[in-house]
Design a protein around this ligand. Structure first.
Ligand code: FE2
Ligand code: FE2
Length: 136
């Protein structure tokens, strides 16, 4: 497994604040891979989880507020996927105390699949809609 680089072709959602926040998730995945290299440093994993908790609040709320502002028709469905993300991150947060080695791998798989399935697919779906509405 390896980190993923943010890529304009695949990940650009044309809204600067959302791109900036998405890039933070890529950075967090990279930090997770670094934390994996020395699993005795539990603090590094703690920081990754803190960043994910922050991302699940800041980014998801910002994205939903923008979609709401422009009347995005698939907002409710999109929100449900975000709720799933928040639930999973909270589960990882709870599992942190056990400091199980598998936690690193499970978390990395989850973040990676979120980038591939959510940012690359689901988030990209709102791009033509927002462009048409003139959002920036
Ligand atoms: Fe997003
Ligand atoms: Fe999203």
């Amino acid at each position: 497994m390896s980190a993923i680089d943010w890529n304009r072709m695949k990940h650009d959602v044309k809204i600067e604040i959302l791109n900036k926040q998405h890039k933070q998730l890529f950075d967090t995945l990279r930090a997770l891979y670094e934390a994996m290299e020395d699993k005795s440093d539990k603090k590094a994993l703690g920081k990754v989880i803190d960043n994910l908790l922050l991302y699940s609040k800041e980014h998801l709320e910002t994205e939903e507020a923008i979609l709401e502002k422009y009347g995005y028709p698939d907002l409710e469905e999109h929100k449900k996927l975000h709720e799933f993300f928040v639930k999973k991150i909270n589960e990882f947060h709870q599992a942190y105390d056990d400091h199980n080695v598998m936690l690193y791998f499970n978390l990395a798989i989850f973040i990676k699949s979120w980038i591939v399935n959510h940012i690359e697919q689901v988030d990209k779906q709102y791009v033509p809609f927002l462009l048409e509405k003139g959002a920036s």
